[in-house]
Design a protein around this ligand. Structure first.
Ligand code: OXD
Ligand code: MN
Length: 604
């Protein structure tokens, strides 16, 4: 076991020592990512009451959070860049010095009575030139074991960092020190107003306080692989995106790789693991949440790696019907469940899963629950999660850890639109595709502030994840087309699985039938499938999408594949307001406004 004293790297040593001195943990443990380490931390958490060991799946555990600590806290997430302009209007900004002064107070003694864990990790296969390393300090054993599933933790990475390999500095505390003799709670955390999820982009530094929830505490994921990585990517000429990566194989055995950006709750994990309904086609998974993409020296294509090693998926709604491959991954064992219900036979349960009535369970708030007599609300929190190793996925692509990454032929954007937006729309150019991404949006329901019909914009599904000014981020997308290594850009598509008829029924079956749209995209990339150029982009011709065996009426098919000119015209003012809002500092690329004007002109 490596101890602080064994480290040779003066910078690393003094950084760690500085946090030890401030946080005052009882002891310090440097992780090596071994199975013994994982198992012993799980055993420890069973003893302290954080974990319940399940009978099934094998080697799996259930955790229940504090009821205030169930999701990412965007209102407590800060970009601490030097200037407010660099954070832009999509982020909360705090002056770095002010934030550090606050942290020097809240971290003082924050780990008293606890162990400080030091986690050396890699985002991506550590042997890949696209990978990046990090060290996360935390006082949470729950964070350690989740990081050991979601990232690659090993002694080799520690040794390389100790020998001078660059790394992102990440610090996390649950913010719940233990006084002498004070009893612990199963899920220590700080109240919402004391939580801080802070990124310091210029210093490649992350500091997170007060929350144990995945997106706030597993700092390799959203904080590093998106917020910090977007900043690195812009400086170094690559892309860090909130995208799934899938491998598509045709009946003839030809392969193409596709990435896709969709906001939360739009079925990204389902699409990444889809079972095609069209004969002979195959989908395999490379990643379900994040893609790092870089132009390849040899073929000039954008190559993607999945920087993660596991899936941190939303549990409710996941079933053998919606996503059999996710279920098989979970049931392969080694899974951590957070905020799902516990069954009498020590297994897991959630709403809209495979078992309709679980009998008597204990809900995520630790109360007895059954269908007939539930205290209030669902048994599993609606953002309850599974953390499970990607390598267990039955359709994981054999090349998912290829150090070179996989060459991307197409990028998908999509939101949830009941009206106006067709099933699939190919951009007229890269610039038009970037405009599509910049105006990506979903309809709000009557229940959300803003009301029905209003659009909620989520550019490239990155709204809470762009670590700098969103206008500069669009400029970076545009600049990628001029990259010195670029020989072939991916084509860009906007898809919408959620279009409804006037009576509210879904026009498109979705799920495995989305493979029909993927097939059209695959063929378009080869210049084969037919399309009509329209005012909004290239739409499939009447017969271009394989609808064999599908029960979609001729009228619905027409609605799915045609341009609702009046609907688009009515949307334009919302697009304009959105772009103007982002343009507070006057740095919106002129190409984006030009694309807006051209769309307006084409619509007539
Ligand atoms: C998210 C997630 O919040 O992937 O996007 O957890
Ligand atoms: Mn995500």
């Amino acid at each position: 076991m490596t101890t602080l004293k064994d480290l040779k790297n003066a910078e690393l040593k003094s950084w760690l020592q500085g946090w030890v001195d401030l946080c005052k943990p009882t002891d310090v443990y440097i992780c090596n990512g071994s199975k013994e380490e994982y198992d012993s931390l799980c055993d420890l958490m069973v003893k302290t009451g954080t974990f319940i060991k399940l009978k099934t799946p094998a080697n799996s555990y259930l955790a229940r959070s504090d009821k205030s600590d169930v999701a990412r806290v965007e209102e407590r997430t800060f970009i601490c860049s030097k200037t407010e302009k660099d954070a832009g209007v999509t982020n909360h900004w705090k002056e770095p010095g002010e934030m550090m002064a606050e942290f020097n107070k809240v971290f003082d003694g924050a780990m008293q009575g606890r162990t400080m864990y030091v986690i050396p990790f890699s985002m991506g296969n550590p042997e890949s030139p696209l990978a990046k390393y990090g060290i996360e300090i935390t006082d949470s054993p729950y964070v350690v074991v989740n990081m050991e599933i979601m990232t690659r933790v090993s002694q080799v990475i520690l040794d390389r960092i100790d020998a001078g390999h660059e790394y992102v500095h990440a610090v996390h505390s649950n913010g719940a020190p233990l006084a002498d003799g004070q009893a612990d709670v199963p899920w220590p955390c700080a109240p919402v107003e004391k939580k801080y999820i802070s990124q310091f982009p210029e210093e490649r530094k992350i500091i997170s306080f007060g929350s144990g929830y995945g997106g706030n505490a597993l700092l390799g994921k959203k904080c590093f692989a998106l917020r910090i990585a977007t900043v690195l990517a812009r400086e170094e000429g690559w892309m860090a995106e909130h995208m799934l990566i899938l491998k598509l194989t045709s009946p003839e055995g030809e392969v193409k790789y596709v990435t896709g950006a969709f906001p939360s709750a739009c079925g990204k994990t389902n699409l990444a693991m889809l079972t095609p309904t069209i004969p002979g086609w195959k989908v395999e998974t490379v990643g379900d949440d994040i893609a790092w993409m870089r132009f390849n020296e040899k073929d000039g294509m954008l190559h993607a790696i999945n920087p993660e090693a596991g899936f941190f998926g939303v549990a409710p709604g996941t079933s053998m019907k919606s996503n059999p491959n996710a279920m098989k991954t979970i049931n392969g064992g080694n899974t951590i469940f957070t905020n799902v219900a516990l069954t009498e036979d020590y297994s897991y349960w959630w709403e809209d899963g495979d078992v309709k009535d679980p009998g008597n369970v204990v809900d995520w708030l630790r109360r007895p629950w059954n269908k007939a007599n539930n205290p209030a609300g669902p048994a599993a929190h609606k953002n309850s999660r599974f953390t499970t190793p990607a390598r267990q996925c039955p359709v994981i692509a054999p090349e998912w850890e290829d150090p070179e990454g996989v060459p991307i032929s197409a990028i998908l954007f999509g939101g949830r639109r009941k009206t106006v937006v067709p099933l699939v729309n190919e951009s007229l150019s890269w610039e038009h595709g970037v405009f599509m991404g910049a105006t990506m949006s979903s309809e709000m329901t009557a229940a959300t502030l803003g009301g029905a019909g209003q659009l909620r914009f989520d550019p490239m599904a990155m709204l809470p994840f762009i670590g700098y000014n969103a206008c500069d981020y669009f400029q970076h997308w545009l600049d990628m087309a001029k990259h010195r290594l670029c020989k072939k850009l991916p084509k860009i598509y906007y898809v919408n699985w959620f279009r409804r008829g006037e009576d509210g029924h879904f026009l498109w079956p979705g799920y495995g039938d989305n493979s029909r749209v993927l097939k059209w995209i695959f063929e378009r990339c080869d210049g084969k499938a037919a399309a009509n150029e329209t005012a909004i982009g290239n739409l499939p011709t009447e017969d271009a999408i394989d609808m064999s065996g599908l029960d979609v009426s001729a009228e619905d098919k027409k609605t799915l594949l045609s341009v609702d000119t009046e609907g688009w015209k009515a949307t334009l003012p919302q697009f304009k307001d959105w772009l103007d809002k982002l343009n507070k500092y006057g740095n919106m690329p002129k190409e984006i406004f030009a694309q807006f004007e051209e769309l307006k002109k084409r619509l007539g």
